[in-house]
Design a protein around this ligand. Sequence first.
Ligand code: SF4
Length: 474
Amino acid sequence: MDNLPDIVSGLQQVFMSTAFMWDTEVLHKYGTSGPRYTSYPTANLFRGDFGVSAYLEDLEQLRQRITPVSLYLHIPFCQKACFYCGCNRTITRDRGKIAAYVDALLLEIEQAAAIHGHRRVRQLHWGGGTPSYLEPAEITQLMHAISSHFDMDGSSSRDYSIELDPRSIDESKLALLKGLGFNRLSMGIQDFDSQVQSAINRRQEFPMVERLTRAVRRFEFSSLNFDLIYGLPKQTEQGISDTLDKVLELSPDRIACYNYAHMPDRFPAQRAILASDLPEPSERIDIYASIGERLTSAGYEHIGMDHFARKDDELCKAAREGSLQRNFQGYSRALAEDLVGLGASSISQVGDFYVQNERDPEAYVSMMEQGSLPIIRGIRLSEEDKLRRYVIQTLICRLRLDKRAVNRAFSIDFNRYFSGQLQQLKKFEEDGLVELGDTQIRITEAGRLVLRNICMLFDQHLGESSAVRFSKTI
Ligand code: SF4
């Protein structure tokens, strides 16, 4: 019976659907560093001298705009450091510091409402950090401020979501969130394997998550997302398979499955992770393939690069209808033209600009106390940027690009304009990652893993920044 594991693994190969039978060797050669394309141009190109006066003039015009708006609120505080973390967060138990930050946010909500307050808030997202680490009174205060300064959406089609750390939430906080109007929740799970949880310094037992999930269902939130991460230290195919058993038992509506980016030079907390504990690149691909296989077999649809959703979830409908967007919060439905970011480090996408707030929470608080605009850098999109953003966004969200639609929208001849890129894409086509038609470019199932590489071909600014800043694409 010594060869039983080999037999089991062989059977898994036989039963694995062809969609997830990738040639690891082929994919391996595409392993490079590159942006995640949550914006184009990417945030590392934002500059301090982006032209704040032109931006302010643009804002004046926006006072006339009556289309819906998205709001993003950044809460940068966490109680304990997870070793894999690459977010802009501050570890603190100092409630006074958090209270001062909430006061600053209240001021920025008022400041933003002076421009956008009349617009309907179709999307609202609280991210971090750990928004659920706030006290119930602080959460209530912030939500009341937003509701009294903006035109809130009471319809069931709104997207009002918040990121939860299961360790900082209980049933009474969930009830509060429901009462305040949040209808979508996202829980950071990462992996249920206890060895992995120890290696990343994030212990959260399954029974706790199970209890919370049951409460989420009882309170009838519209949608629950679980975040998983693959490529973590001590992670194995067997371990992730056990994690997926538990995930499927809880049956979240959406699952985001991110690729861990090990960049200890950029993110000091990651120095506590031993490189020797990380799965090899080929193992990571196998782990991702087994996740994809399990989730799609269980009825989830694969969306974009790294999301899965139940067929009746709004995200799936948006993917089918072509109304998906990708921004700093990952994939979501495209419900509003402008995204207004509030809080330290948050990024706004308004008019022709991306602008970013001061990253340091204390510096942000003093700027707000002095009545200044907290923006420190940004970029104005050129016409060329808009064209390339359209191409990149379409590929990354729809997995297909209609060249005729690009020709119509930007008055170009796609084949001539991007002849160099089409030439480079031939290599991807030979490897079964894209299909190049007369009128369309289509990404195959295996091509989802190299979507970032494909988008990089259309990124005019790629050479302007050091690749060291970016994570590995595979
Ligand atoms: S992963 Fe989330 S909870 Fe953990 S330190 Fe980072 S922001 Fe905080």
